[in-house]
Design a protein around this ligand. Structure first.
Ligand SMILES: Nc1ncnc2c1ncn2[C@@H]1O[C@H](COP(=O)(O)OP(=O)(O)OP(=O)(O)O)[C@@H](O)[C@H]1O
Ligand SMILES: [Mg+2]
Length: 373
């Protein structure tokens, strides 16, 4: 099968993956799957970091791709979710490989969080019972920083270790190619990965669903609400739709109230400082006025604006944008998205705008009116 055929097969299988929790078929992500297949088919052994807005679909995408390559004999995709305590739920791979990997992880790692540190030992053992020679191998490690945190390994040291190891793994195991994909939602750590770019590491940013894919998702889940309003609140974020349906039974006002409370409590702290209040105003007017995050602790402490940027990152309200050629997804042109920074989802932009306009806590109705006009 040629590369083009492989890609088309995988793209078509992706739509047969059933999303747990929503019980619908996986929506879109064609562009993203083409990227991942290109990384591996290109034949260069490399490490990739993928980050994106909270709940934009990183985990579900990695699982769906792993599912979609199941039928293709030349490919072995392994997915490990390092946030799971239940091993069965943490590991995902094609039938046969999953069972072997589960057994090996139990034998080789004291706990699942050791997985990223023991990858090579695991692969060597896997090779003894499963033929990896001549195959393309992709390893997804979801929330890899959890492991580094637990075992006090710096991002710099881990990336250096991967940098040295990846070609060796390929040679020793006789693989056609190997690629690792490190998924993370720890946005405050992205600058530490950025510092390591130049080794065998690239950083790519995933985005929320495109408008057309988001509309398809709303149809699939039989959403009874106004689609256009939801786009202007969620900006294509599938996790918000999951919550709206499964937690809030489509009660958009109650759901918005929760988000208003989050923004209001942050604002209540900010307004005690004139400098920060002015800064927030400029950010709401122009998201690109957010301060870049310095790596040195001294600078971080000196600048109050940096502290606020970090808080907005920590609360998953804003996100830095990668240059265009490192965007895994297409990022739409919308008023909540700048060139270097974006609001992760538009509702924070509209809520802060409403708060700053009246200097009082807005109601859900005010926000809904705001996005309807
Ligand atoms: N392509 C998709 N089609 C349908 N539903 C999706 C899709 N992507 C994500 N979802 C839904 O959105 C939810 C959130 O996605 P997911 O957990 O993958 O996001 P994430 O980016 O990994 O989040 P986090 O930032 O917390 O790691 C999923 O549980 C699923 O219900
Ligand atoms: Mg995730």
């Amino acid at each position: 099968m040629c590369c083009g055929d492989v890609t088309e097969v995988v793209v078509s299988c992706l739509g047969r993956y059933v999303v747990p929790g929503l019980g619908i078929y996986f929506v879109d992500r064609e562009r993203e799957v083409r990227y991942v297949l290109d990384w591996v088919l290109r034949g260069v052994s490399w490490n990739y970091v993928v980050y994106g807005p909270w709940g934009c679909g990183k985990t579900e995408f990695a699982r769906a791709v792993t599912y979609a390559v199941e039928e293709l004999n030349d490919f072995v995709f392994l997915y490990v979710d390092l946030t799971q305590s239940e091993l069965h739920q943490a590991i995902y791979a094609r039938y046969g490989v999953k069972e072997l990997l589960l057994e090996l992880v139990q034998r080789v790692c004291e706990d699942l969080l050791k997985f990223p540190l023991k990858v090579f030992a695991l692969l060597r053992k896997l090779c003894e019972v499963y033929k990896l020679v001549g195959r393309y191998l992709v390893i997804f490690m979801d929330e890899v920083t959890r492991s580094l945190d637990r075992y006090r390994i710096s991002i710099r040291d881990y990336v250096s270790a991967l940098d040295k190891a990846i070609h060796e793994w390929r040679r020793e195991l006789g693989l056609r190619n190997i690629v690792t994909v490190l998924l993370t939602s720890e946005l405050s750590l992205i600058q530490y990965f950025r510092r390591e770019v130049g080794k065998t590491l690239s950083i790519y940013e995933m985005w929320n669903l495109s408008k057309s894919a988001f509309m398809r998702l709303l149809e699939e889940v039989k959403c009874p609400l106004d689609y256009e309003i939801l786009w202007r609140l969620c900006g294509g974020n599938p996790r918000l739709i999951y919550e709206l349906r499964n937690v809030y039974a489509w009660d958009v006002e109650r759901w918005l109230e929760r988000e208003i409370v989050r923004c209001w409590s942050l604002y209540s702290m900010i307004r005690r400082s004139d400098v920060l209040l002015k800064y927030l105003r400029s950010v709401v007017e122009e998201i690109d006025s957010l301060a870049p995050i310095p790596i040195t602790e001294e600078l971080k402490q000196q600048l109050p604006e940096v502290a606020l940027t970090q808080e907005l990152l920590r609360q998953n309200m804003v996100i830095p944008l990668e240059p265009t050629n490192h965007l895994l997804s297409e990022v739409p042109r919308e008023e909540w998205i700048g060139r270097e920074w974006a609001w992760q989802v538009p509702l924070y932009y509209y809520i802060f705008r409403a708060i700053l306009e009246k200097e009082q806590k807005p109601t859900s109705e005010t926000i809904l009116r705001e996005v309807s006009t």
